[in-house]
Design a protein around this ligand. Structure first.
Ligand code: NAD
Ligand code: UD1
Length: 338
């Protein structure tokens, strides 16, 4: 079975390529390298010892994408390609809607014209908004998003569901990720944010490596065990393996499936700081700042449905997540260095 991975040079996509190849799948990668380094492909090949066919193509480029489909004839698509910076999406909503929604519309049109109607889509826990209940199950109603990035995920879930309703030949898996962190054990691929990181773990690793002075903790007056925000952090390799398991839901007649990919465990910001210090021996200075607009107090999953139906469960704990994030950052202080 051959899988086309859009956004396969990015953080989660690159780790998924490793797990797909290790599980015996053929892969091909499409990425416009907007938020990824061309070095990733060579590093993937070094990890798996297998060739990774790569196309520097934008998914909005209908002709270019059609050529890839004609060349590779994939059986299924795992669709990571998209813009993901929450703050930037507030400043550039048009760009986010055009890239994420416009891109997915072109992709799915090319797919159906080429007879490939199997797709796994990268969604996010952000579609739950301020969740109606915790731990969040897939039955939890979708909520109100606080930014255009979140709305693109919300709307793309609807668009892909509608495609399946209109044409049951489509098999669609929506995977709602919680907070992916960590990196491959080799320390050769990992998260490579542009500029100052928005997310907690890359900020911490950049403090640890001396690129940033101290962590700013956004609020310590939430209704949580220590007042700081609680999230469901998941090792990116576990998340990648979740995609391999989700492929079984693309069998003919599977239809539409939705899964949370998380660990079911919530850690606060200060829990993460302490775990990082314990796992690495590196001290993380921090100050308490006001709350960040749009943040919620607590967000963690119930991962039971994925375990029951996909046979998938996150295996790595917080220590491995911290150790592996740190190995990547300390071996690559400038990321991929381009
Ligand atoms: P990433 O930015 O590292 O990867 C996305 C990749 O898509 C990049 O390599 C980028 O160059 C590529 N891309 C963007 N627009 C493209 C286009 N028009 N054509 C071709 N390639 C394009 O991000 P990531 O963290 O690996 O996230 C992957 C997916 O998972 C995204 O859709 C993201 O929204 C979603 N997601 C991420 C998180 C997270 O915390 N990282 C959480 C929930 C959901
Ligand atoms: C982010 C995204 C969300 C996405 C989710 C999963 C934002 C606003 N939201 O949310 O769309 O679905 O990741 O990947 O980016 N924190 C600090 N200091 C920092 C950074 C973060 O204290 O410098 C705190 C936050 O307030 C939060 C926790 O750390 O309590 C995690 O933050 P972050 O990594 O940005 O993830 P989310 O807020 O869950």
């Amino acid at each position: 079975m051959k899988i086309l991975v859009t956004g396969g040079a990015g953080f989660i996509g690159s780790h998924t390529v490793v797990e797909l190849q290790s599980a015996g799948y053929e892969v091909a990668v499409v990425d416009n390298l907007y938020n990824a380094s061309p070095k990733v492909i060579g590093r993937l090949e070094a990890i798996t010892g297998k060739k990774v066919p790569f196309y520097k193509v934008d998914i909005r480029d209908r002709e270019g994408l059609t050529e890839v489909f004609e060349q590779e004839k994939p059986d299924a698509v795992i669709h990571f390609a998209g813009l993901k910076a929450v703050g930037e999406s507030v400043r550039k909503p048009w760009e986010y809607y055009e890239n994420n929604i416009g891109g997915t519309l072109v992709l799915t049109d090319v797919m159906r014209k080429c007879g490939c109607k199997n797709i796994i889509f990268s969604s996010s826990a952000t579609v739950y908004g301020d969740p109606a209940f915790i731990p969040i199950t897939e039955e939890c109603p979708k909520g109100t998003c606080t930014n255009p990035y979140g709305w693109t995920k919300w709307m793309l879930e609807q668009i892909l569901s509608d495609l399946h309703t209109a044409d049951p030949e489509w098999n669609v898996v929506l995977l709602r990720y919680f907070n992916p962190i960590g990196a491959h054990k080799s320390g050769t691929i990992g998260e490579n944010p542009n500029g100052i990181p928005n997310n907690l773990m890359p900020y911490i690793t950049q403090v640890a490596v001396g690129k940033l002075e101290k962590l700013h903790v956004f609020g310590n007056d939430y209704d949580t065990h220590d007042g700081t925000g609680v999230r469901d952090y998941i090792h990116v390799v576990d998340l990648a393996k979740g995609h391999v398991c989700a492929l079984k839901k693309l069998e003919p007649g599977s239809g539409l499936s939705i899964y949370n990919l998380g660990t079911g465990v919530g850690y606060s910001v200060l829990d993460i700081v302490n775990s990082f210090e314990e796992a690495t021996g590196v001290k993380i200075p921090y100050v308490i700042d006001p709350r960040r607009a749009g943040d919620i107090a607590e967000c963690y999953s119930s991962p039971e449905k994925a375990e029951k139906e996909l046979g998938w469960k996150a295996e790595n704990g917080i220590r491995e997540m911290c150790e592996d994030a740190w190995r990547w950052q300390s071996m690559n202080p400038q990321g991929y260095g381009d």
